[in-house]
Ligand binder design. Structure first.
Ligand SMILES: Cc1ncc(COP(=O)(O)O)c(C=O)c1O
Length: 448
């Protein structure tokens, strides 16, 4: 039995008393007692017991290079993040009805990273809670419930968000598109209806304008437009240049609000921008945050303008028991500090460029790499059966993921055809990590 604890971890008699079960036992107990609507990664699921930087370790101490975890943003178990959480947890954790420095300090520090009109923060516990609250803000401000979304998008798991997530309502078990939602074609210049980079932005923005038009006027009219700033479930898609500005103009022309869902891609991952919406030269009315905000600690946030926040303040309180508690804010403050001190946005940019160049070089030699795309440390490798046809090859993509796992590299797939290798490691992912990954990917590709 290896010692799974970090040198700086305090000892816990409670954790010491948790029995160490085999992977087979865990699978069996989960199947009986835990949420059955949840798939496990890999044919042979991994038991992961420790994380450090860009690495995860199984119960035998075997390391796995993690290219998937976009939540543990500044690295698994970053010592400064852990220390901030431990110190605050040992001092106080309570709700936000008391004054606390951490809350205000975080609101100010977060606000300083955003355009100045986005100056009011609501604290939540997840991306879903953030988007759910954003829907309420939109309804309160516009008095309309219609929402335009991008095809294949996922915005969260609450009933209201499943209704605006084509990835869910058109996926297995989904109930189809509700009447108050309209869907715009995904701005995919690789496989979509416009593949010319010079025309794609305007072309797909017209799709948003059409969706807004279909929502019409009245109480079911266009309240808002939700769009991820880089498309995750859509298959690691970078929005074409000049897309959001005309799309936002069309939404605003009818009095609707524009929301940037940065739950997956915010906090410097894009490399050339701290917020991925900035790459489109737009300022949203609402920005929603989650996943990386607190490096794996459950937290989310909505940031909006004073005017929209004022429309929501109709007398009914927004109280969230855990949202913005001193521990969450301490951890989130540490994340912002580490991103700045370790220059992780710049690292995402330089390592991302190195990775993309390496992947493109592989693409030049392996026909079944149809497309390499992305920015910063948000990359996708589109696996195809026929390059000319751009026909998705899900089976090969899945096989590559399993083969890489056998070489101790963690990847996964996404996209409407589930054929895109998604690469979004913690931002501490280094050039050496990237070289190791590329070398192992090549050894797997050779055997295909
Ligand atoms: C773009 C986007 N928005 C919202 C969510 C929901 O976040 P959470 O799982 O924290 O509720 C997700 C989660 O995958 C997401 O990717």
């Amino acid at each position: 039995m290896i010692d799974i604890t970090h040198p700086y971890a305090p000892k816990s008699d409670v954790l010491a008393a948790v029995p160490a079960r085999s992977p087979a036992e865990l699978v069996e107990q989960r199947a009986r007692h835990v949420n059955p609507c949840l798939s496990l990664a890999y044919r042979e699921p991994l038991k992961i017991v420790r994380g450090s930087g860009a690495w995860l370790f199984d119960q035998h101490g075997q390391g796995y290079l993690d290219l998937v975890n976009n939540v543990c943003h500044v690295g698994h178990c970053h010592p400064r993040v852990v220390a901030a959480g431990q110190a605050q947890m040992a001092a106080l954790n309570t709700n936000t009805r008391y004054l606390h420095d951490n809350l205000v300090e975080y609101a100010l520090r977060l606000g300083a990273t955003l355009p100045s009109r986005l100056s009011v923060v609501f604290f939540t516990n997840s991306g879903t809670e953030a988007n759910d609250l954003a829907l309420r803000l939109i309804r309160a401000h516009t008095r309309r419930s219609g929402i335009a979304v991008v095809d294949h998008a996922y915005h969260g798991h609450s009933p209201a968000l499943v209704e605006i997530s084509p990835y869910k309502f058109n996926g297995s078990g989904g109930g189809g598109k509700p009447a108050h939602v309209e869907v715009a074609e995904m701005p995919d210049s690789y496989r979509g209806s416009c593949r010319d980079p010079a025309l794609a932005g305007r072309h797909y923005a017209r799709g948003v304008a059409d969706a807004i038009g279909r929502l019409g006027a009245g109480s079911q009219g266009a309240g808002g437009f939700f769009c991820e700033s880089l498309l995750g479930c859509g298959g690691q898609i970078v929005l074409p240049a000049g897309y959001l500005a005309p799309a936002y103009a069309a939404v605003r022309a009818t009095g609707g609000l524009c929301l940037a869902d940065e739950v997956q891609v915010g906090f410097g991952r894009a490399g050339d921008a701290f917020w991925a919406f900035e790459r489109q030269q737009v300022v949203p009315d609402i920005v929603t945050l989650g996943k990386p905000i607190a490096n794996g600690h459950p937290m989310g946030a909505v940031v909006t303008t004073p005017e929209i926040a004022a429309s929501f303040a109709n007398g009914m309180e927004y109280f969230n028991t855990f949202g913005g508690n001193p521990v969450s804010c301490a951890i989130a403050l540490a994340v912002l500090t580490v991103i700045a001190d370790e220059q992780l946005q710049a690292q995402a940019q330089s390592v991302g460029e190195f990775l993309q160049a390496g992947l493109r070089e592989l693409q030049s030699r392996y026909e079944f790499i149809g497309d390499v795309r992305g920015c910063g440390l948000f990359l996708g490798v589109d696996i195809v059966a026929e390059r000319a046809e751009r026909s998705p090859d899900r089976a090969r993509a899945r096989a590559l993921v399993e083969a890489m796992k056998a070489r101790h590299v963690l990847l996964s797939t996404d996209g409407p055809h589930d054929n895109v290798l998604k690469i979004k490691p913690p931002l501490v992912f280094s050039r050496d990590n990237a070289s190791e990954f590329l070398q192992k990917l090549e050894s797997v590709l050779k055997r295909e």
